[in-house]
Write a protein that binds this ligand. Structure first.
Ligand SMILES: Nc1ncnc2c1ncn2[C@@H]1O[C@H](COP(=O)(O)OP(=O)(O)OP(=O)(O)O)[C@@H](O)[C@H]1O
Length: 331
């Protein structure tokens, strides 16, 4: 069952050059307990999508959607107070740089204790304080930290990058969210630490039935446990579906190009340059009309000045007039 259902979400921002569509009819569905990876180059609108889901919205942004549903809640039509309650209760986010999340002036223990929801503690002050401490230690155990006393007594800058990220995950899951948005949580980490963080997130998702929207810029960061994947380019959905299927038989030229790019980088001694995209990502003020990949796409033709509708082959969906594989049933 889809716990998050986004259909044709559009976000327009006011810039010096006028109103710009940073998300253009973007759709995404996330099932309960599922890990779904959103892949897109820098500036493609991934963080804005996360903000729209969490409700961190500037009142000046123009947001429309056929559907922006979280569980049974129609998020766009909730009043701000109700939305804040639902987001605070059900959702959490972690970031690329955990230190942006942690207060540098406060010891880790104090911050962890503070992250435990007040409503879950009862009794007199001394009991609540002791319970907070026990809950904080338990949180550390859940993220695989054993030397709890030492870690709680440290300031954030005294922690390694991986440890700091584990603390930010512990704080994010303190209220048992149903959705965790992980915005490039391992970028710039060394491979071992990266693998540890991924293992931890996968374990948490499996043990708590927590859905995770994993955000990344490149396909090499897509973990096998992420059964679903979506690719976004300049605010438009290019392709979405089962990760394995998209990796083995991409239908969209963008998915193919991203795959080629990641294969190229994985070669220890790259000999041949696999075909990827030419040119550069357009600026916000100069978005192409129709399919925004058009000017960089090797298969583009006249029809691409019209934005393609989403088409479907089994569970794989893509927005392309000239896909690498074809299907019959249109959505
Ligand atoms: N508040 C804002 N006002 C104006 N433009 C914005 C604002 N926030 C984001 N943008 C622009 O919207 C586009 C999408 O931004 P976003 O941060 O969502 O990209 P991203 O895919 O998350 O990139 P990255 O991977 O580098 O974080 C970018 O061109 C960005 O400059």
């Amino acid at each position: 069952m889809n716990i998050l259902d986004i259909r044709n979400l559009t976000i327009e921002l006011e810039t010096d050059a006028g109103l710009v569509r940073v998300l253009d009819r973007f759709s995404l569905q996330l099932a309960e307990g599922e890990i779904h990876t959103l892949v897109g180059e820098s500036g493609s609108g991934k963080s804005l999508l996360a903000k729209a889901i969490l409700g961190f919205i500037n009142p000046k942004w123009k947001i429309t959607a056929d559907r922006l549903w979280w569980r049974q809640y129609d998020l766009l039509n909730l009043n701000p107070a109700a939305r804040r309650i639902i987001t605070g209760r059900d959702m959490a986010m972690i970031f690329q740089d955990p230190s942006s999340y942690l207060d540098p002036n406060d010891k880790v223990g104090a911050q962890l204790r503070e992250s435990i929801p007040r409503g879950e503690l009862s009794g007199i002050y001394l009991k609540r304080r002791a319970d907070r401490q026990t809950r904080a230690e338990r949180l550390l155990h859940r993220v695989g930290i054993k030397n709890t006393e030492e870690v709680m007594d440290a300031y954030p800058h005294e922690l390694s990058e991986g440890l700091a990220q584990k603390i930010s995950i512990a704080m994010a899951i303190a209220h048992n969210p149903k959705l965790l948005i992980a915005d490039e949580p391992t970028t710039a980490m060394e491979p071992n630490t990266r693998a540890q963080i991924y293992r931890l997130l996968t374990k948490l998702s499996a043990s708590q039935g927590m859905s995770i929207l994993m955000i990344t810029q490149d396909l090499t960061a897509v973990i096998p446990e992420s059964k679903q994947m979506s690719l976004i380019y300049c605010g438009q959905l290019m392709e979405t579906g089962p990760t394995e299927q998209l990796m083995s038989t991409p239908a969209h030229p963008y998915t193919e190009a991203m795959l080629n790019m990641s294969l190229y980088h994985q070669q220890s001694e790259p000999k041949s340059r696999l075909p990827t995209l030419t040119g550069a990502i357009p600026t916000l003020q100069h978005m192409p009309i129709g399919c925004r990949l058009g000017p960089r796409c090797p298969y583009a033709r006249k029809a691409c000045v019209q934005q393609p509708a989403l088409r479907k082959i089994k569970s794989q969906q893509f927005a392309c007039h000239y896909p690498l594989r074809d299907g019959d049933d249109h959505e």
